[in-house]
Design a protein around this ligand. Structure first.
Ligand code: ZN
Length: 88
């Protein structure tokens, strides 16, 4: 499950507040009263990027990782590039 937290205060005390026209989840933080929209696709990708890094450390090929996670190869290599630079 994807944990939803407030973008402003990081509180998990969030109330779902319908959707925008583009299908994003609208949320309202009870702690700081901040209204935000969530990019669930982006969050899902961030969740998967952890798994991707683990698989990559096991020396699986990017093709294999792409098959396992269901993430297309261009996006996959973007994630791997990002994770390599953020380590330093
Ligand atoms: Zn908040």
């Amino acid at each position: 499950m994807i944990k939803i937290t407030c973008r402003k205060c990081n509180s998990p005390n969030i109330r779902k507040n319908g959707h925008t026209k583009s299908g994003r989840q609208k949320c309202h933080s009870r702690d700081c009263n901040f209204y935000s929209t969530l990019n669930l696709k982006k969050m899902e990708l961030e969740e998967k990027s952890e798994l991707i890094e683990k698989l990559y450390q096991e020396r699986l090929s990017q093709k294999a990782i792409s098959r396992i996670t269901g993430i297309s190869h261009p996006i996959l290599s973007k994630i791997l590039k990002k994770s390599c630079t953020s380590d330093r």
